[in-house]
Design a protein around this ligand. Structure first.
Ligand SMILES: [Zn+2]
Ligand SMILES: [Zn+2]
Length: 161
C-alpha cells in the first residue's frame, strides 16, 4: 500500500509535526512508527516487538508500549480496539478528524475513511451530554472489496457446480 517513497514522506511529515509541537520523537519511537508505516495491516504490540528485536535484541515490551502511547497521543496511529492492534493514521495532519476503520475479517486489511457525516452525528449526540469529543474512530468489520469479490466468485462457482 505504501511505497518506499510514500513511507519516507510520511515519516518526514511525522517528524516535522512532532518538531512543531516540541514533542520528543526519539529514535526508538521513530523506529516503531517506521515499522507501523511499513505494514499493510494493523499490527499487534507483540509483532512490533518481534520486528524491533531484529535490530535491537534488547528491546522489551515497555519500550514498545511507551512508543505506542506516544504515537497515539500524537495522533500518528490509531488503535484498532476490536483486534487490539495498531495502524498508521493516514490523516495525522488533521488532528481532530473522525474516521471509520473498515477492518476485513478475512485478510485483516484496514481502510481508514475520514467522514464528516458521522462526526456531525457524534457531535450532536455529545452535545446532549455536554461531552467534548477529541479523536473518534468508528470500527466496522466485514470484507474488503477483493475478499468480497473472491467470496462471490467462490459462491457462484459453488452454485454452478
Ligand atoms: Zn486517522
Ligand atoms: Zn480482505
Amino acid at each position: 500500500m505504501n511505497s518506499t517513497t510514500q513511507q519516507k514522506s510520511l515519516l518526514t511529515q511525522a517528524m516535522n509535526l512532532c518538531k512543531q509541537r516540541k514533542a520528543n520523537l526519539t529514535p526508538q519511537r521513530l523506529e516503531v512508527l517506521r515499522l507501523i508505516v511499513q505494514q499493510q495491516r494493523a499490527i499487534s504490540a507483540y509483532d512490533l516487538l518481534d520486528k524491533l528485536r531484529i535490530a535491537k535484541p534488547q528491546a522489551k515490551p515497555p519500550t514498545v508500549y511507551r512508543a505506542l502511547d506516544f504515537l497515539l497521543a500524537q495522533g500518528l496511529i490509531h488503535r484498532v480496539e476490536s483486534t487490539n492492534s495498531y495502524v498508521l493514521c493516514h490523516h495525522f495532519l488533521e488532528p481532530a478528524h473522525t474516521s471509520v476503520l473498515f477492518i476485513c475479517d478475512c485478510c485483516g486489511s484496514v481502510i481508514e475513511h475520514p467522514t464528516t457525516d458521522i462526526k456531525q452525528i457524534l457531535l450532536e449526540l455529545a452535545k446532549q451530554d455536554g461531552f467534548v469529543l477529541r479523536h473518534s474512530v468508528v470500527e466496522v468489520d466485514g470484507l474488503c472489496s477483493s475478499c468480497a469479490d473472491h467470496r462471490m466468485v467462490t459462491n457462484s462457482s459453488a452454485a454452478v457446480g
